[in-house]
Design a protein around this ligand. Structure first.
Ligand code: TPP
Ligand code: MG
Length: 365
C-alpha cells in the first residue's frame, strides 16, 4: 500500500532571520528589541566573548576545572536571557553560562562553581536552577517547574535549554510530551550548535529540523537563526508571551555553531575540519549585531572597545571575589545538601569524616 503516509512539509520551517549576516535588516517582528535592548544585547554578547576567553585562561592556569566554550553562541545566549523576566525560571546547562549571568546570576557564583567551590544560593529575585551538566534533564525539570507555576497561578514562565545532542535523550521527549499534555507555561530552547562533542547533528536525528518535533507534542515550533540576536530575542519573547498568556509551551531551535572546542578537554581537530570552522567563524554574531547597530545609527565609535574594557575589569573583580570563597570541605557535601539531615545522612557523614581522618585527609589542623 502506498500513498497513505504524510510527511511533514519542510517548508513550514523556514529559518527566522531579522538581520542578515551583513548586518542589513531583512524582516521585522512585533516582539523585536527596542533600541535600549539592542545595546544591552550587544553589551552582553561582548561580555560573553571576554568571559569565555578569561574562563579558558583560568582553566589553563589551573585556577578552575574543565570549562565549556560559548564562542559563536553569544547571540543565542543573550537573546534568550534578555527576552526573559528575572522572575522567569532559567533551567540550563554549561552552555548557558552567559545566559545565566545576563539573567542575573552573579559572575562569581559561576566562577566559584568551576573552582569546585560553593557558590551559595542564587539571589532571591533571580529564578534560575543550578547549572546542570547532565544533559537533557533541563526539559523535564522545566516542564515540572512550569506545571508548579501553573498550579500556583503564578505568571512565571520557565525556559528549559538543551543542545542538539540532548534531543536524542529520552528526557527531552518526556519533558516536551508532559509539557504539551499539561499545557504548561514553558519554552523549550534548543541551541543546535552542530555538534554534541564529536557527534554531528546529522547523527542525532533523521528529521530535517529539531523544531518540527514540536508538532508531535502538540505545541508550536520555530526555527531561528541563532546567530541573529535580534531574531532570537523576538522569537523567545513571542514564546514567553504566549506561555504567560496561558497558551502553553513551545519549542525553539536556534541554529548556531560551536566555534570553539566542546570544552577545554576537547580537541575538535580530531573530528572536524578547519575549513568547516572557518566557514562558520565568518558569521560572527557580535560582528553581525555591530553592523546592524551601525546601519540603524545606534552604534557610537569605539563602543565595542569600551565594552571589552569594561568586561575585562568586571571579570577581574569577579575572579577576585570567586577566589576568596573558601574551598569546599567534606562536611559541606553533607551540610549543604540537606536542610535537616536524615538519620542515614548523619551516620554517613560521621563515617565519611572518620574514614577521612584515618587517612589524614581532615582534622589536620
Ligand atoms: C546524560 C548525559 N550523558 C552524557 C553526558 C556527557 N556529555 C556531556 S556534553 C555531551 C554532548 C552534549 O551535546 P549537545 O546536547 O549538543 O550540547 P552542546 O554541548 O553541544 O551544547 C555529552 C554526551 C552527560 N553530561 N550527560
Ligand atoms: Mg550541540
Amino acid at each position: 500500500m502506498q500513498g497513505n503516509f504524510l510527511r511533514p512539509p519542510q517548508a513550514e520551517f523556514p529559518v527566522i532571520r531579522l538581520v542578515a549576516e551583513d548586518g542589513t535588516r531583512v524582516a521585522r517582528a512585533e516582539t523585536e528589541p527596542d533600541r535600549a535592548t539592542l545595546l544591552e544585547l550587544f553589551r552582553w554578547m561582548v561580555f560573553g566573548r571576554v568571559f569565555d576567553q578569561r574562563m579558558i585562561n583560568l582553566q589553563r592556569q589551573g585556577r578552575i576545572g574543565t570549562i565549556g566554550t560559548i564562542r559563536g553562541q553569544e547571540a543565542s545566549a543573550a537573546g534568550l536571557a534578555l527576552a526573559m523576566r528575572r522572575s522567569d525560571w532559567l533551567v540550563g546547562s554549561y552552555r548557558e553560562l552567559l545566559a545565566y549571568i545576563a539573567h542575573g546570576v552573579p559572575i562569581e557564583a559561576v566562577i566559584s562553581l568551576y573552582r569546585g567551590g560553593v557558590p551559595g544560593p542564587f539571589p532571591e529575585d533571580v529564578a534560575a536552577m543550578p547549572i546542570q551538566i547532565v544533559i537533557g534533564t533541563q526539559m523535564p525539570h522545566a516542564a515540572g517547574i512550569a506545571l508548579g507555576a501553573k498550579l500556583r497561578g503564578a505568571d512565571d514562565v520557565v525556559v528549559g535549554c538543551c543542545g542538539d545532542g540532548a534531543t536524542s535523550e529520552g528526557d527531552f521527549h518526556e519533558g516536551l510530551n508532559f509539557a504539551g499534555v499539561h499545557k504548561v507555561p514553558a519554552v523549550f530552547f534548543v541551541q543546535n550548535n552542530g555538534w554534541a562533542i564529536s557527534v554531528p547533528r546529522a547523527r542525532q536525528t533523521a528529521s530535517e529540523t529539531i523544531a518540527q518535533k514540536a508538532w508531535a507534542y502538540g505545541m508550536p515550533g520555530a526555527l531561528v537563526d541563532g546567530n541573529d540576536a535580534v531574531a532570537v530575542y523576538a522569537v523567545v519573547k513571542e514564546a514567553i508571551e504566549r506561555a504567560r498568556a496561558g497558551e502553553g509551551p513551545s519549542l525553539i531551535e536556534a541554529l548556531t555553531y560551536r566555534v570553539g572546542p566542546h570544552t577545554t578537554s576537547d580537541d575538535p581537530r580530531r573530528y572536524r575540519t578547519d575549513d568547516e570552522v572557518e566557514l562558520h567563524e565568518k558569521d560572527d554574531p557580535i560582528a553581525r549585531l555591530r553592523r546592524f547597530l551601525e546601519t540603524e545609527g545606534i552604534y557610537e565609535e569605539g563602543l565595542q572597545e569600551l565594552l571589552e574594557e569594561e568586561a575585562r575589569s568586571v571579570m577581574s573583580q569577579a575572579i577576585e571575589r570567586a577566589e576568596a570563597v573558601p574551598d569546599v570541605t567534606p562536611e559541606d557535601v553533607f551540610d549543604l545538601t540537606w536542610a535537616a539531615p536524615t538519620e542515614a545522612v548523619r551516620r554517613d557523614r560521621e563515617r565519611t569524616l572518620r574514614e577521612l581522618r584515618e587517612v589524614g585527609e581532615v582534622g589536620k589542623e
